[in-house]
Design a protein. Sequence first.
Lengths: 266, 273
Amino acid sequence: MTTRIFEVQDVRYCYERVVALDGASLTVPSGVRVALLGANGSGKSTLLRLLDGLYFAESGVVRFAGEPLTEARFEDESFSFDFRRRVGILFQNPDVQLFNPSVFDEVAFGPLQLRWPPEEIRKRVGAILDALHIAHLKDRPPHRLSGGEKKRVAIASVLVLDPQVLLLDEPTAALDPQSQGQMIDMISAWKDTGRTVVTATHDLHSVEDIADYCFVFEAGRVLAEGTPSDILQDVGLLRRTGLLHSHRHTHPSGEIHSHPHQHHDH
Amino acid sequence: MGSHGFLEGSIQGFLRALEHALESEELARRNGLLQSLDPRVKLIGTLGLVLAATTSRRLAVIAALFALACLLAACSRVPLRTLMFRTWAGALTFTGVIALPALFLTPGPLFWRLPLLGFPVTLTGLRTAAYLVSRVETAATLSMLLVLCTPWSHVLKALRVLRVPVVLVVILGMTYRYILLMIAAAREMFESRRSRTVGRLDAGQRRRMAVSAAGVLLSRTMQLSGDVYLAMQARGFRGDVYVLDEFRMDGRNWVWLALLIALGGAAVWAGRS
């Protein structure tokens, strides 16, 4: 039987007067790669922060492995350490995540906070930098890195803890095509590894590669769910949620017109 | 100054700040004498030499320490031009303003009288000014060498030898990292404004533009600091800060530490009155 790693029940969350989540409910089974699809402002990023115990629901419940995620629960140091060890989050803007003066310090930050032994930290940091082909950046400050390098360092800072659950917020945003491809390859490679991956994205182009199951968001709630192929075939749903855009092109006759368009069709 | 002068000046200022940061990082990676030493050796050695320069009562000793700083710069492949523009000129201007009145106001035997104005320059005043300027120039040169030949993150970590609290070291490191990010953001903001500005802006408009840019940057800083705090929490931060000490002292570093301390001690002894 598949265990549920996350359960979200009728969750509401507001930023002052702006409602970000309004009765969102979903279940994420363990070991499955899930995509949260939706236009900007549909509540995907807010949900990721709730799943990571950074925000707490105003009403409704978020559970991790059956345990409700509340502020009081995170005051328990052993629960907090265990949760942070098991769940990692990649922020959309890597500058938020890279706050240390060098790449080595950045990747070592998480293990240090979890009080790992220094020798173990050096070993694990070295190994993860090698695995992501960024060992040569070890002593570089974050402001000297390209967008793709920053994203890889941010990923390394999360993966160094070897989390069972990864929460990724727009992992391919603002990357050049080559870096986008590398990121998608990495998420694709996590299929059937037992790792749970929740990716917030509005990029339909890669959804079949990075997800086994999708939730479509609109105005802070789940509008639809299904396999990537089910969701991608529902043009009406994608158009309604702002995931399709009009594509202007010229026919051989010289006529120019526009119609809704999915990149994965081409 | 016209609108373009104001915008150009601001953009050039941001670029200069970024260039200085990049130049320092490039110098810190060069193959040179000081770059090859452990940051703690450099920090303690620099402090010893700065102490000797600031307490010395003999100009010859201060001059010898200044010559030593220049020699260290040459061995560390730091161009004297960089020191001249980034240290000597600034230190001379700053201390010159303070030292100038001492030339005329300090009582003592007459050394020279200013033509036309007739103000007397006293020998004691000249010596006082020379001490002030030479001490500051020497101390600033030694300190600048430390910063130019050591990555900033290593300088901060080395401060822990002096029992500086870990939390302060981490805050300073984060401040440096985000100041550079905000300078880049400010530069983009001004470049964007320049691309949409036609004609001249009057003084009031320039002031409003500067104030609104400061407001936007403050707002971005607040947003960023909140997000950074969340990112720290997400990786296990619970209020206490831990850092990894990567420095390793070998025999060569111990020799250099002993040498620099000995030089500093000798300079303090020789500089007694």
